[in-house]
Design a protein around this ligand. Structure first.
Ligand SMILES: [Zn+2]
Length: 206
């Protein structure tokens, strides 16, 4: 009978999970997650610039999970803002195919924000959340409609993409630490009313 090989026990050092994070807005390592904020919410706050966001939690949520959720929201909001600016550029350069994709993304994101604001409202019954939910819903509907109109007009050949003589994206991308004040529960921020923009050009009228 062979000797039983002794099972080797290895001790791995317990790595502690990070509790302080770098703020995507100001770049300082001053972001903390307050897990005791509310029963089902974690409040992420930057001690330097004051950026904050509440995210959902369950019993296994660690600060690092909450921070991850915050980052997702933060960049989604930034992407939304960036694409609302690109909308104008694409209209100006008559890049309608891409514009319809932009509308599709904006509509989906506005819908997510509407759903989240409604969730918030159901939790705390704050009428402002309800009003935000309604506004996001309306924004989502408008973008969806724009997307549909553009797609139809492109298909029927009423409008065509212009030849590009220069880059659409000749603008320098924004400094990531410059913006990002958008929060989910905030009202949709748009520079221009889409209906106005499209109405002015007149090409989307049936
Ligand atoms: Zn900060």
């Amino acid at each position: 009978m062979g000797r039983r090989k002794r099972k080797k026990i290895t001790y791995r050092p317990v790595r502690s999970l990070p509790k302080i994070f770098t703020c995507p807005k100001c770049g300082h390592k001053t972001m903390k997650a307050n897990l005791k904020h509310a029963e089902d919410r974690v409040l992420i706050v930057c001690g330097h610039c004051g950026e904050q966001q509440a995210v959902g939690k369950h019993e296994l949520t660690e600060p690092v999970d909450a921070f991850g959720d915050f980052i997702d929201i933060y960049y989604k909001d930034q992407e939304y803002e960036r694409l609302t600016r690109r909308e104008e550029k694409l209209l100006e350069k008559q890049q309608y195919s891409e514009l319809s994709l932009v509308y599709s993304f904006l509509s989906d994101t506005a819908q997510i924000n509407a759903d989240k604001a409604l969730e918030e409202y159901e939790l705390n019954k704050d009428p402002e959340d309800l009003s935000n939910a309604e506004q996001w819903q309306e924004t989502a509907r408008q973008y969806k409609e724009n997307e549909k109109k553009l797609t139809e007009q492109l298909k029927s050949g009423v409008i065509v993409d212009a030849e590009l003589e220069d880059e659409v994206y000749d603008e320098i991308e924004d400094n990531p630490f410059d913006e990002g004040e958008a929060k989910i529960s905030e009202k949709p921020k748009r520079k221009s009313n889409i209906e106005d923009v499209l109405g002015d050009l007149g090409f989307l009228e049936f």
